[in-house]
Design a protein around this ligand. Structure first.
Ligand SMILES: Cc1cc2nc3c(=O)[nH]c(=O)nc-3n(C[C@H](O)[C@H](O)[C@H](O)COP(=O)(O)O)c2cc1C
Length: 199
């Protein structure tokens, strides 16, 4: 069982990256046999999708294949998405255009939205509305919003972090792993090429 954790910030040393590491630890706490692949869209310098692939062969011919095979080998996904301007980040949307070779096909995903204030709802509704058509990711019916994220530090949370949040996150990680396990058999009954893009 492998879970990919994708940080979709546009900032160096982002809160998304920090939260991704914490989520990785929670997953191991829930199930120590799970392998995690961490992808930081900013640090790996994932370019915006373009038709002009020849201008950056280093990415489109080489780096992309390595990352794509890690994602293809994953059974489930966690997207850590900060709210920017009341929206999901461009990196979170770009991910679905760049990695469009069946990596997410009929696999479960958990959205973890973060905000330095009281926001965080918009990235969830945006991704739930528009990301699944061609990727065929299956968002599970739980999501997490970490508000006042700078105070989020399990074991030493700040005053604005609710005491129940760690348990809620562990529950959602456990659920994601269970979905990944039970959805897996479906994948072999579907030929992705039949209807590669959703309607
Ligand atoms: C360009 C930009 C726009 C932002 N817009 C919002 C917003 O609309 N709502 C909100 O709650 N927080 C907003 N924030 C604050 C971010 O949620 C907060 O800084 C978060 O920690 C960023 O995550 P990151 O460090 O992973 O990029 C914004 C931050 C940036 C950089």
């Amino acid at each position: 069982m492998k879970i990919s954790i994708i940080a979709t910030s546009h900032r160096k040393n982002s809160e998304s990256k920090r939260v991704s590491k914490i989520l990785n630890n929670f997953i191991l706490e829930v199930n120590s046999s799970v392998k995690c692949f961490n992808l930081d869209m900013f640090e790996l310098n994932i370019p915006l999708w373009t038709s002009e692939k020849k201008d950056n062969l280093n990415f489109w011919d080489r780096k992309l294949k390595n990352i794509s095979s890690e994602l293809t080998a994953s059974d489930g996904f966690i997207f850590v998405v900060p709210e920017y301007g009341g929206m999901a980040t461009p990196n979170s949307k770009n991910f679905f255009l760049v990695f469009n070779n069946g990596e997410l096909f009929h696999k479960p995903g958990l959205i973890v939205s973060i905000s330095s204030g009281n926001g965080g709802a918009y990235p969830i509704s945006e991704l739930r509305a528009s990301s699944y058509k061609n990727s065929h990711i299956m968002w599970i019916p739980e999501n997490i919003i970490i508000r006042n994220v700078e105070q989020f530090l399990p074991g030493n949370h700040g005053k604005l972090i609710p005491s129940w949040i760690d348990n809620r996150i562990k529950y959602s990680c456990d659920l994601l792993i269970k979905y990944a396990e039970y959805i897996k058999p479906i994948q072999k009954f579907i030929n992705r090429k039949d209807f590669g893009n959703g309607m």
